[in-house]
Design a protein around this ligand. Structure first.
Ligand code: MG
Ligand code: ZN
Length: 221
């Protein structure tokens, strides 16, 4: 699944980038700010998106595209919060690509969306290569993945525009140093903002949500 035939790879990415550009144009036309949320299974993608929805849904119209091998599970969590959600079942595919998002966008009420979350498939490798047309690329990593996880997956951290180290409240229990994780991320991508979060620490969630809101405001200018 993760293996791509090398000489076909270039064409595949080029075709994907073209569709991603189309997606971006469409999103810009309707002034939708879109966030591609990447990270491994269990890193907390769904939870952090849920927290942002709870805080922002009175102020902004939010829609979610939920990609997963079985997308219905996360979709129902988002729907419970009252936001329109489009599940994208990727089946055997371990990433979303621009074409899948293009299709999903046909089902999004773009005129009634200010903020679009795109939850990518739980995987730290191939989502890197597939631009979706998003405005912000976020990678979430949990301390439970171990503090060598970052240097083992450099590309996703090099290309991220926001990096989140999640579940820092249990770092000690799993014998991981969250500060070392932050340093590893900055060694790969010195300019990327890094946020340490825990769903039990309201202030940390506010930092994440504030970042999204800042992007929304910039996009509206
Ligand atoms: Mg999820
Ligand atoms: Zn993949």
């Amino acid at each position: 699944m993760l293996m791509h035939v090398i000489n076909m790879e270039h064409d595949v990415f080029k075709a994907n980038d073209k569709i991603a550009e189309k997606n971006r144009k469409k999103l810009d036309k309707y002034q939708v700010f879109s966030v591609n949320v990447m990270g491994a299974i269990g890193s907390g993608k769904t939870t952090l998106i849920e927290e942002a929805i709870k805080q922002l849904k009175e102020k902004y119209k939010i829609t979610v595209i939920a990609g997963d091998v079985i997308a219905e599970m996360d979709s129902s969590r988002f729907r419970k919060l009252g936001v329109p959600t489009i599940p994208v079942n990727t089946g055997k595919e371990c990433h979303l690509d621009a074409k899948l998002v293009e299709k999903a966008l046909n089902e999004v009420d773009l005129e009634n969306t200010d903020l679009l979350f795109i939850e990518n498939v739980g995987n730290l490798i191939c989502p890197v290569d597939f631009k979706l047309g998003e405005h912000l690329r976020v990678v979430i990593v949990s301390v439970t993945e171990g503090d060598d996880i970052i240097l083992k997956h450099p590309m996703i951290f090099k290309t991220a525009e926001l990096a989140i180290i999640n579940k820092v409240d249990i770092a000690h229990a799993v014998d991981v140093n969250a500060e070392k994780m932050r340093e590893d991320i900055l060694s790969l991508n010195p300019d990327v903002p890094v946020i340490l979060t825990s769903k039990h620490d309201w202030e940390s969630l506010e930092t994440w949500i504030g970042f999204i809101e800042l992007g929304l405001k910039k996009n509206a200018q």
